[in-house]
Design a protein around this ligand. Sequence first.
Ligand SMILES: CC(C)(COP(=O)(O)OP(=O)(O)OC[C@H]1O[C@@H](n2cnc3c(N)ncnc32)[C@H](O)[C@@H]1OP(=O)(O)O)[C@@H](O)C(=O)NCCC(=O)NCCS
Length: 311
Amino acid sequence: MEIRAYHQNDFPKMAALFVKNFKGLRSSIPILPDLMEDPQRIVGMLNNLPGIVAYEGDQAVGYLGWWLVDDFRGTGRKGAYCPEWGHGVVDAKLYRTLYRAAAEQWAKAGCEVHAISLLANDQAAREIWFWNGFGLTGVDAIRPITPLEIAAPEGITIRPAALADVEGWVALEIEHSRHYTLPPVSMVAHETEDADDFTAFISQPNNTIWLALDDDTPIGFIRFEHNSFGAAAIVNAPDKIAITGAYVLSRYRGRRVSGAILDAALRHYATKGFSRCSVDFEAFNPEAAVFWPKYFDVVCLSVIRVPERVI
Ligand SMILES: CC(C)(COP(=O)(O)OP(=O)(O)OC[C@H]1O[C@@H](n2cnc3c(N)ncnc32)[C@H](O)[C@@H]1OP(=O)(O)O)[C@@H](O)C(=O)NCCC(=O)NCCS
């Protein structure tokens, strides 16, 4: 087997490997956009992703591409990240061979984190990366824009936030932001959004923050964003809306407040011509890990390894 850096001439063969796997996932989750079934699209994306390819004779049997990322997930560590369309193999065992070769380059580049996103239906890949020391971190999921038939609990009203709701929302956002820093989530603190961020956000076309209110006091929200970055590429399409934040005060949890917010917002986006809704969340956030998979299909699993030693 020959392993070497890939070039443009290799791209069609590499794209075919990804597209075959992606079609398998889309056959069971048809609400995934079909855009990534187009090999030309993948070829175009590979232009900006360096990496390696494995050949048996003239057959490309696997490839692995990555970006080097400074300050990975805000940890201050340098990482190597392989997107879900940036790898493919004819047999999952080849990931071991590709990882061995890639990890040498990542070590030389000073990477302290190794990360790869996997198509959620690829059990064999999941097993191999798990055995390589990787653990689940990020989850991407999608659902059709169809109502859930969940009514708001008694005494709770649901409506989109207006500019006048800024104060109530900021109070919730402070708690939301704090949630991620506390155990067991224990993520690096990100800057909490403020009143200006709120105003800028809801002023964008098709962005909304849906509030749940007890009397006039906001007690929860879900934030919907039209042009969002940072999630898996396979969920992206012009008629997709992304959820980029959700929070309900702890004393109101478990009463389907979030289910009711989601239901109202999905009804709204259906009238605006949207057909799919995506969300990404941390697998180690227990509330999120219980809530989203009830209503969304998981399509992408991002796994991470933090090697014990960096040369
Ligand atoms: C995720 C979150 C928004 C869900 O809100 P919610 O209004 O409690 O959601 P629901 O009541 O519709 O569903 C929660 C599920 O958690 C479980 N649950 C029950 N009691 C609970 C409680 N006291 N606290 C948390 N979850 C509870 C239930 O199993 C429920 O499922 P069910 O509908 O099958 O009964 C909320 O837990 C939260 O704000 N978490 C902290 C912030 C966060 O993680 N946000 C997600 C970011 S990706």
